[in-house]
Design a protein around this ligand. Sequence first.
Ligand code: 0X9
Ligand code: ZN
Length: 309
Amino acid sequence: GISWTEYHDYPVILSFVDFLVRDYPSLVTKTVLGQTYEGRDIVLLKIGKPPADGKTKPAFWMDANIHAREWISSATLTYMTNKLVTEYATNQTIQGLVNQLDWYILPVVNPDGFAWTHNETKNRLWRTTRKVNPYSNCLGADPNRNYDHRWMVAGADQKPCSNTFAGPYPYSETENLVLTEAYLARQSQIKAMLSFHSYSQYWLTPFGDKTFPPDIAELKAVAHRAVNALTSQFGTKYKVGSPSEILYDATGGTHDWAKAKGLTKYSYTPELRDTGKHGFVLPPEQIIPSGIETWEAVKVIADQVIAEF
Ligand code: 0X9
Ligand code: ZN
């Protein structure tokens, strides 16, 4: 196994994934969705047991680190993944959640950017992918602006050197393309999706263009229950609202895409710890508390999905 007292680079996260698959073969399967621009594997984990009655189970999707520098997102997600797998045999609650749901987990959506932030001599605060852009010396695009729902409508840039460069066209980034294909292949099953980012302590609801889905009241009610459960652990406070309401307008992001295309009811972007003291460079001592509290929020949404199914 690995520890959650420090941050790990991509090879260590991949070996953690392989360790889970090797030690818990009846619970965990790994799919390589494709390769990044620089040739790294993009991996999706499935945690679940085949249902006793042979019926389809609802599924819960979680991904992290679409933005390279937001290390707490994959650290929190791997912490929760480890919990789901290693406590299955001993923890009644987890057993129920794994028996009743399939969990799809994509721990690092943007491995090239992530690897770049781990290279000591380079840029810890890198955000985007690492693809070469034609006619520019700047690398990469913002993969959270690269989906095709309302692409380039708000909070996105056409200039390759911008941190919010939407890419030359939707799905110009392989990372977005393979995520979308994997998601669409499982869409009838997926009832909740969380795309973890940092920082600000927000539980963002759709959409990022000042509009709202018809069931926004339900989504916000569940989000409030989720963050209340989170806060109950250590007092960490989260705000609930759409990006336009509490952050800024931005289109072409993961949770807007999943909601707008009618794929998934409970679609959120949680912006994890902190509120700016350390920002993206959150001390590793906060990984375990973040994992513990975020898991409380995830459970609320999972219970809701199960109750509605
Ligand atoms: O700007 C972003 O992509 C997100 N904030 S971050 O500081 N992590 O970069 C917010 C995304 C808002 N999400 C959608 N509009 N879907
Ligand atoms: Zn982000």
